[in-house]
Write a protein that binds this ligand. Structure first.
Ligand code: FMN
Length: 296
């Protein structure tokens, strides 16, 4: 068996750590984290990444406990693959939510999920365009649901149908960015989806090129290895409108339950506030790429 090399999470971690920031203390003050996404004010650009199957991967009741922690934190919840009833459970808490819908081969299911998301007044929906294939390079099947790659034409129909903004998740190239934008995507989430493929570009390394060549400016989101307020700060400086934290919330949930999830998100927000204060950024509109050194 060939040894697996080039773990994309490790590469992304190294890239994030290689980015450095300059300080700007003069005229600085304690900053505001509030931001606006798709016309709605949210308390912070630090959100959850789209997780799923927590009861299966962690313990029975993990999804509920996770939800409790996220609600307590006030963060926007990005939700991964979930059955209809689970989505209803999440929505009942009143949490601001974005559901990331899989590229189900049964395209009707995508439309049904969008209808549910609209009824539940979600902020947006996502389509993880990067999950058609399995580990062995065949078309994937998850929980008995076959997946298929999204065509530009199909995404166009989905975007035209959706009353909610559609975010394409899993974009790492100018090509996918512009196909999604042509199709009507209202936002892009730059991600390699937890090392779905090795040797993937760190999302933040792809971001400047994507920003420069996007046919239309739409909000960009980033996940993968966002672990601290400083990571979030670097992403926001480089042009992200929001960032997603994924696996650390599972670790926090395992250790300290809902309190752990809320505490981790608070720590990331506190770190972001500190980074902004030390760099003279009073609010979300004042972050820019000139603060970050070492961008390749
Ligand atoms: C247990 C688990 C389940 C996930 N489920 C989904 C999913 O259903 N849909 C999706 O788009 N991404 C899913 N992801 C990927 C995350 O949204 C995210 O892209 C990835 O974990 C990278 O962020 P992180 O480094 O902060 O964990 C999942 C990740 C994990 C760890």
């Amino acid at each position: 068996m060939i040894e697996s090399r080039g773990n994309s999470n490790e590469i992304t971690r190294r890239y994030l750590d290689s980015l450095l920031i300059e300080t700007r203390y003069m005229n600085s003050r304690i900053p505001e984290l509030e931001t606006e996404l798709f016309g709605k004010k949210v308390p912070s650009p630090v959100m959850t990444a789209a997780l799923s199957h927590l009861d299966h991967f962690m313990f029975p009741g993990a999804s509920k406990a996770y939800l409790e922690g996220v609600v307590r934190s006030g963060a926007v919840l990005w939700l991964g693959m979930a059955e209809e009833e689970e989505v209803e459970m999440y929505a009942q808490t009143g949490v601001t939510m974005v559901e990331v819908i899989k590229p189900y081969a049964d395209r009707d299911l995508i439309y049904k999920k969008i209808e549910q998301a609209a009824r539940l007044k979600m902020l947006a929906v996502g389509i993880d365009i990067d999950h058609p294939f399995s580990e062995d390079g065949e078309y994937d099947e998850v929980d008995g649901y076959p997946m298929l790659p999204m065509t530009t034409e199909e995404l166009k129909e989905i975007c035209a149908f959706s009353p909610l903004p559609v975010v394409a998740k899993g974009v790492l190239s100018v090509y996918d960015a512009n196909e999604a934008i042509d199709a009507g995507a209202a936002g892009l989430l730059l991600s390699h989806h937890n090392n779905r493929i090795v040797s993937a570009i760190p999302p933040l390394m792809a971001m400047p090129k994507i920003r420069a060549h996007m046919k239309k400016q739409v909000p960009l989101f980033v996940d993968c290895e966002i672990r601290s307020g400083m990571d979030a700060f670097k992403a926001l400086c480089l042009g992200a409108s929001g960032v997603g934290v994924g696996r650390p919330l599972m670790t926090a949930l395992k250790k300290d339950g809902p309190d752990g999830v809320a505490a981790y998100l608070k720590e990331v927000n506190d770190g972001l506030r500190k980074a902004m204060a030390y760099t003279g950024c009073a609010d979300m509109s004042s972050l820019d790429e000139t603060i970050v050194w070492g961008v390749r």
